[in-house]
Design a protein around this ligand. Structure first.
Ligand SMILES: [Zn+2]
Ligand SMILES: [Zn+2]
Length: 129
């Protein structure tokens, strides 16, 4: 049987990886996706999507901010096995994700393509632009 969103977008990612875990709805910005593929090619390792699109309910459940770019398909939270999170941050910075959140304890990066000036934060602290 067909599984909804079971579509290979590129050799690296399936649409299912980006869907909301509660309702399986999905929005995915082509611009975000292009940058993510670029990052995947540059690091040459699998990228795991912890969180892609979120509906309002899901975003509330996981404690996301109300204007989260996850609600618009413009953000992903990712991790890469056996790869230094800080190195991943540097690559993401070069590829020009406009919002980068560095979550060291939980070993993931939040990446988004917000308009306007670049923002890089660590926990609740702004660490760069
Ligand atoms: Zn949902
Ligand atoms: Zn996020």
């Amino acid at each position: 049987m067909d599984i909804i969103n079971d579509i290979e977008l590129t050799e690296y990612f399936s649409l299912r990886e980006f869907e909301c875990p509660c309702c399986r709805r999905v929005m995915l910005s082509p611009d975000l996706f292009a940058r993510l593929n670029h990052l995947r090619m540059v690091i040459n390792r699998p990228i795991y999507i912890n969180s892609g699109y979120r509906c309002k309910e899901e975003n509330h459940k996981v404690g996301g901010v109300s204007g989260s770019y996850h609600l618009q398909g413009m953000a992903v939270d990712i991790h890469v096995k056996d790869f230094l999170l800080y190195d991943l941050l540097l690559y993401a910075h070069e590829i020009d994700f406009n919002g980068i959140g560095y979550y060291e304890k939980r070993n993931f990066l939040h990446l988004d393509i917000r308009p306007g000036p670049k923002r890089v934060w660590k926990g609740s602290k702004l660490i760069g632009y």
